[in-house]
Design a protein. Structure first.
Length: 268
């Protein structure tokens, strides 16, 4: 393998920042003691930043378990994926298996497999926390060996947790930096998608996030927040620097709806 290969996300994730990850990383302050990302999602910003020390989190337990498995033994996950067939019958069989009944590495392989073969690479669960996306019928490989290895290497010095965003940043101090990328406040249509877990991120959670950011500001902790370009979000973060960023939402069914403008809000 080329050891200089830059890692890329191993999953497609709704709301992912892969198209603008490098741009965002260039806007962040440097250097920092610890990089925090409480809504890590697909991890595109994390690998673009490439921090020496990081603490990341997400409320999606299956996602976090997958990252832990890749970091511990990516080749084992790859080996399981090599034996999985891309057919509708196999997809439905895999989809019906509860992740909690599997060991860590099988659980990770199942998520990668479903992500690469389901409709539009969407992760969605119902209120019983069951993955329920239909089969996509795509002829694509599940993973790239070099990228699996690079992604695992990128996670070596990263602490990974499944928890609420407030818990994940509890130890942040003035020399640290936090990037918040929550499920966006509603815009309408597929841009509102936030069923990554059984519990959704609602208006009260956006209010809580803004309050946390103001408290961090008083402590001297630098942060950046990505969110929808809406009056509600602008009101929550009134007084902070805001810039518009062009992005794409590949999850939208209609191509004309994929280009959006979102906010990058900072306190530095």
């Amino acid at each position: 393998m080329n050891t200089t290969l830059a890692a890329k996300p191993i999953l497609k994730w709704a709301g992912g920042k892969q198209a603008i990850a490098e741009y965002l990383a260039a806007q962040f302050p440097s250097p920092t003691a610890v990089y925090f990302e409480p809504f890590v999602g697909g991890g595109s910003v994390l690998v673009a930043v490439g921090p020496k020390r990081a603490i990341v989190a997400d409320m999606n337990e299956w996602l976090i378990d997958t990252y832990l498995a890749i970091r511990e033994d990516w080749e084992r996950v790859a080996s399981i994926l090599d034996g999985m067939r891309n057919t509708k019958s196999e997809y439905l069989r895999i989809r019906a298996i509860q992740p909690s009944t599997l060991d860590l590495f099988q659980r990770a392989a199942h998520l990668v497999y479903l992500n690469k073969t389901c409709f539009r690479g969407l992760f969605r669960v119902n209120q019983r926390n069951q993955f329920n996306v239909p089969y996509g019928g795509y002829d694509r490989r599940y993973y790239d060996r070099d990228n699996f290895e690079a992604f695992a290497a990128a996670l070596k010095h990263v602490q990974v947790f499944c928890c609420d965003f407030e818990l994940s940043i509890a130890d942040a101090v003035a020399r640290d930096f936090i990037y918040f990328d929550p499920p966006y406040y509603k815009l309408g249509g597929y841009s509102d998608f936030n069923r990554y877990t059984r519990l959704q991120f609602r208006e009260k959670d956006h209010i809580r996030l803004a309050a946390v950011c103001r408290e961090l500001d008083r402590k001297g902790v630098r942060w950046a927040v990505s969110n929808s370009d809406t009056a509600f979000v602008k009101t929550l973060f009134k007084g902070y620097r805001m810039s518009c960023v062009a992005n794409r939402r590949e999850i939208n069914l209609r191509s004309q709806d994929r280009d959006i403008s979102e906010l990058l809000i900072t306190n530095y």
